[in-house]
Design a protein around this ligand. Sequence first.
Ligand code: HDE
Length: 700
Amino acid sequence: MAKKSPSAANVAAPKAAAAKDRRGQGDELHQTAGDGHVPLTTNQGLVVGDNQNSLKAHARGPTLLEDFILREKITHFDHERIPERIVHARGSAAHGFFELTASLAEYTTARVLTEVGERTPLFTRFSTVAGGSGSVDTPRDVRGFAVKLYTKEGNWDLVGNNIPVFFIQDAIKFPDLIHAVKMEPDRGFPQAASAHDTFWDFISLTPESMHMIQWAMSDRTIPRSLRMMEGFGIHTFRLLNAKGKSTFVKFHWRPKLGLQSTVWDEAVKLAGADPDFHRRDLFEAIQAGNFPEWELGVQLFTEAQAAKFPFDHLDSTKLIPEELIPLKIVGRMVLDRWPDNFFAETEQVAFCPSHLVPGIDFSNDPLLQGRLFSYLDTQLSRLGSPNFHQLPINAPKCPFANQQRDGHMQTQVPKGRVAYEPSSLQADSPREDPARGFRSAAVHEEGTRERVRAETFADHYSQARLFFTSQTAFEQAHIASAFVFELSKVDAVHVREAIVGHLLHVDEDLAKRVAAGLAMSPLPKAPKAAAPVVPMKPSPALQIIGKMKATLQGRVVGILVNDGSDGAAVAKLRKAVEAAGATVKIVAPKVGGAKLAGGQLLVADGQLAGTPSINFDAVAVLLSTEGAAALTKEAAAIDFVRDAFGHLKALALDDGGRALFAKAGLEADAGVVKASDAEAFAKLAATRQFAREAKVRTLA
Ligand code: HDE
């Protein structure tokens, strides 16, 4: 009997075996070596015997073109980079799940919003907007907040930001906005910064940006952690119920840890101390099992309610105050798994606002309408093929089938002769399904076709004023100072003046403070407003301070020690802050650790020179007399306490710590406690000491 060839064996094999991954073939030749390693191979599966040396004519001779192993390796390496995202290039992401806690069945058929208790896997990517993929994590910038939910009915991407409004009202302005904020094209700087002429020039000529610019100058754009930011879908969307009735909806993500931002000086220093601060923070929290969590809230409203709003709900430069339409919490998102591979997942993930599921639909927001085109288009060039939906991170987790075929990097092997629809030749060929399929809301549209901005979009200042006047005095001072900082980097005086002119419409006091900070006199004239400013009741929901939680959950406390520090006191402090939910990191002059008073070694998590207090939410300094004497000569130690104090953090000091503190020229206040008072420190460390600020810097 003739021996069966391997391919004949495959043909004869039962279905299940035929479907078996062909990579399983030849396993016996690729078995792990005695030490447990799998053999290294080329991309063709050829085992490589020498990965250290290229093929040469002789030991000291030229390398041969024949060396296909070298060429394969180098060629692949040469092509490892793909174009980065034109915006939101710098991002960090994690896997997790969404769990519905309250059904929206009355409003929508979308299963993900109707099946209470059902868990939907998801992938969330946070990003900065302006900087390149290698830029730092902490510039003043809006943060992207993009969630891909792999629902049973297909992928639903909620591609939002950490701010509920946007700079512009119409998508046709987006390329201008981005060109203005990115590094200036002739000089190639500044990277990841809005503090330059072209950005503020554009803003000064775009009054619709005045509301968003208030948010951008607030501490929302310098978050402490990605885990402590809100997320917003921004646009009005629609929910559609089984009867086809549509309800407007805005989506909000609320962090369980509360909101928390840095102060500007801290954000600036973080950029140098740890360019990956946010990515590392997210990674460490997930690896430690402190899974970040957000609530999903919705604002639901009808066409009739919308008609009564003093703004247009289709205008992305406006928000709907929660006092007007309260937030209904319907679910939670938990991020519990760091990606296995940054490139395959975080880099190749492709979010798209047009990825919807049945029961959700778009509104006519002209910014949203433009976005519906842009994402797929940019991803075609970024990912290089129309088949990027097949990448594991992008593919739906429910079955998907259609008659789209071929193209670069086709990884599927469609079977059969039918690649069209309708067809009668192949019973299992996919067909349309009106009963289960996606349906657009039936909306009556009528009017004159024109290139126009609706008159209802004309009010550019009322909500900017609402935002500013809703802030606490501390937050207002930060906003005014941010304007001063940013405009101080603008050379064109007429641009500075134009911005202050706009601010006169927002809040006269704000305009005067910014003008004073720029030594601008006299005050410029306010431009003509296209619509009168409508007074609105302050909305405390727009604050950060109002939404902070006095908690150490998810926070990090740094304890600075040196040889001779009191081990029992360190242990007591650690216990108290850990009990309150914080992580503790020990900092010492040498990374190997410090020899405590009792002689035992306390291993450090970070070396003093490379671990400034900027890394922590609160700090303790416990030093023996000799330890303190040694550190008072170290600039890094002086900066450690000075920065912690200047960044409004709580400090716990023993006698040695106090000596260092005094050497730094600081005076204790209510935010500085004795290290022996561990409980008091744990309580104090849960908040920032805003009352201290006036003592440490002049704000506008
Ligand atoms: Fe985007 N935006 N955007 N955007 N956007 C992109 O798509 C665009 C806007 C947002 O983590 C791009 O794949 C236009 C608003 C996030 O991968 C691009 C307009 C909001 C991300 C694009 C906007 C966003 C992007 C670039 C004006 C908040 C990162 C790379 C109409 C609701 C997603 C890419 C990720 C990415 C276009 C405005 C959020 C070029 C034309 C408003 C979170 O397609």
